[in-house]
Design a protein around this ligand. Sequence first.
Ligand code: GRF
Length: 210
Amino acid sequence: MSDQQLRVVVLISGSGSNLQAIIDEKEAGTLPIEICAVISNKEDVRGLERASHHGIPTKVLDHKHFNSREEFDQELMLVIDSFCPDLVVLAGFMRILTPEFTNHYLGRMLNIHPSLLPKYQGLHTHKRALEAGDKEHGVTVHFVTAELDGGPAVIQARVPVLDGDTESMLAARVLEQEHVIYPRAILWFAEGRLRMCNGQALLDDQIIHV
Ligand code: GRF
């Protein structure tokens, strides 16, 4: 059974609500993947509990135990590759990645970023959208390249910014959409419909314009 399923390794650093959304779709039978492992760079995070609860193998690789970003990424690659994944899914993995790492997984690593990229690469996206007075905000799934939050977009969801919104209210509205679009993007990849070619994301051989 699992031979035909896309082998996925998920990287997390925290709560893992996106991981949970992926697990839920898999268990509902709507996402034909095998989650081979969940790897966290932090111990004792909720995402690890969620994985264990569903019988998914977990590993912790603490970046603080390494002398450099390069050494950590090299070891992380070894751990990931020991699971032979077809796709690596970054789900709230709060690390800047070396080009060696991103190039190794080019075209087979996705990330979710809580903004309408190319707006607000980096951190504090909800705060920045509020401070800018944006009327609309959202989330993007993209292929990972060496440029931080800069790879080609696969899918976006938009939400309104409402009067009186706080950062956490806006974040919650965006997160709800994250849980919809991330499993969808992974499904496209699992179905062989989504790929990256010449720096562009293609769905059914058509360039994706978000
Ligand atoms: C999400 O907002 C995601 O977009 C960002 O980190 C957060 C992770 O949340 N990259 P969770 O750990 O999936 O709950």
